[in-house]
Design a protein around this ligand. Structure first.
Ligand code: ADP
Length: 238
C-alpha cells in the first residue's frame, strides 16, 4: 500500500512538471501559429505557399491540442461526449493520417458494415486514433501496412459481463513488443523511444477509453506487429 502511495505522489510530481513544460510549449506553438497566419496574409502569395502555411497552421493546432491534453492529464477535464459514429470519424481522419505516416506506410480504413453508435467526446476519439497511428508509424520505420477497422463485437468485459461493444482495431506490421514492454505501455512516461518519446500516448488513450466506459486489449509480439483493440460500449444498434 505504501509503495502504491509513493508511486502516486511521484506521478503527481512528474505530472505537474509535464504540465508546466506543456504550458510553456503551448506559448511557443501559439507564436509559431501567429507567424504562419501572417504568412498567409501576405499579398500575392504563391498558391503553394498558401497551402503549405495552411498545413503548418493545422499541424501546430494539433500540437496545441496535444499540449492541452498533457496539461489536463490526470485532471478531470470536462468532456463533451456526444453520440457518434466511429466509422465517420475514422473516415474523416483518413487523409490527414495518411499524410502523417509517410508514403512508405499504406493506411487502410476497413469500414465495411455499419457499426453501432458510441457515446464519446469526438475530439478525444480523434486524439486516441492519432496516438495509435503515431505509435504504429514509429513501429514501422521502413514502412508497412497500417489498418484501422471498426465493427460491432460481443465480448466479455473485465467485469465478466458479456455485452456488445464497438471494436476499433489499429493494426500494424511493425516491430511489435516484447513482454516487458507490453506490460508497461499504459504507464505514464513509460517509453522505449528515449528522447523521442513522452510515454504519454497510451496513458492518454487508456484514460480516454476508460472514461468512455470501455477497455483495451493488446496483441503484440516481437517482429509480429501489433494490434490495439479498443472496446467502447455501444449505445444502440446501427
Ligand atoms: P511513446 O510513443 O511516447 O513512447 P506511448 O505511451 O504511446 O508513448 O507508448 C509507450 C511504448 O509502447 C512505446 O515507447 C513503445 O515501446 C510501445 N508501443 C506502443 N505502440 C506500439 C506499436 N504499435 N508497436 C510497437 N510498440 C509500441
Amino acid at each position: 500500500y505504501e509503495t502504491h502511495l509513493m508511486e502516486v505522489h511521484r506521478m503527481e510530481a512528474v505530472g505537474r512538471m509535464a504540465a508546466g513544460i506543456a504550458h510553456d510549449f503551448r506559448g511557443i506553438l501559439g507564436a509559431a501559429m501567429g507567424f504562419a497566419e501572417l504568412i498567409r496574409r501576405l499579398p500575392s502569395l504563391p498558391p503553394d505557399a498558401d497551402r503549405y502555411s495552411q498545413r503548418i497552421v493545422e499541424i501546430l493546432q494539433r500540437g496545441n491540442n496535444l499540449t492541452q491534453e498533457v496539461m489536463s492529464f490526470g485532471k478531470d477535464t470536462p468532456l463533451s461526449p456526444r453520440v457518434v459514429d466511429a466509422t465517420k470519424i475514422i473516415l474523416s481522419m483518413h487523409s490527414m493520417l495518411q499524410v502523417l505516416v509517410s508514403n512508405r506506410i499504406r493506411l487502410t480504413s476497413e469500414l465495411g458494415r455499419p457499426v453501432s453508435r458510441i457515446f464519446i467526446d469526438s475530439a478525444q476519439l480523434e486524439r486516441t486514433l492519432l496516438n495509435l497511428v503515431l505509435n504504429a508509424r514509429d513501429a514501422m520505420p521502413s514502412g508497412g501496412e497500417l489498418t484501422i477497422s471498426a465493427e460491432d463485437a460481443e465480448i466479455e468485459d473485465p467485469d465478466g459481463d458479456t455485452g456488445t461493444f464497438v471494436l476499433i482495431r489499429v493494426t500494424d506490421t511493425g516491430c511489435g513488443m516484447d513482454e516487458t514492454t507490453r506490460a508497461n505501455i499504459f504507464k505514464p512516461f513509460f517509453t522505449t523511444k528515449g528522447e523521442n518519446g513522452t510515454g504519454l500516448g497510451l496513458a492518454i488513450v487508456d484514460q480516454i477509453i476508460s472514461r468512455a466506459g470501455g477497455f483495451i486489449r493488446v496483441d503484440s509480439a516481437p517482429d509480429q506487429g501489433t494490434t490495439i483493440k479498443l472496446y467502447i460500449p455501444r449505445i444502440a444498434a446501427p
